[in-house]
Design a protein around this ligand. Structure first.
Ligand SMILES: [Zn+2]
Length: 109
């Protein structure tokens, strides 16, 4: 499962960055265009955190909608999928938001 290896990375990074302190929160930014299911991330996180010595940690997911700007008409629009066209019919666009997948912050105790 894609989410499982992601969670393993997240837990490894959080453990390393904590410097031995207790991690209480891991805040993750997840874009709508990343093909990652937030529910699966949460499930994997809760299943794996104890083994990574991060049993106290809570995963907070901040979702980002997909936003693109059309290269043809300049329109900025929300997209749910990468290949979604602009209302003008053009498929040429720049993705402005929605591909984020990163740890924003850690809360330590
Ligand atoms: Zn357009």
């Amino acid at each position: 499962m894609h989410e499982l290896s992601l969670v393993e990375d997240i837990l490894r990074i959080a453990g390393k960055e904590s410097g031995g302190r207790t991690v209480t929160r891991v805040v993750l930014e997840v874009g709508a265009l990343t093909c990652v299911t937030p529910e699966a991330l949460e499930f994997c996180f809760d299943s794996c955190k104890a083994a990574a010595a991060l049993a106290q940690a809570q995963l907070i997911i901040e979702r980002r909608a997909g936003v693109a700007r059309c290269d043809q008409c300049g329109n900025e629009f929300e997209i749910g999928k990468l290949y979604q066209p602009c209302a003008c019919g053009s498929f040429d666009k720049a993705i402005l938001q929605g591909q984020e997948l990163r740890i924003i912050s850690l809360e330590l105790q």
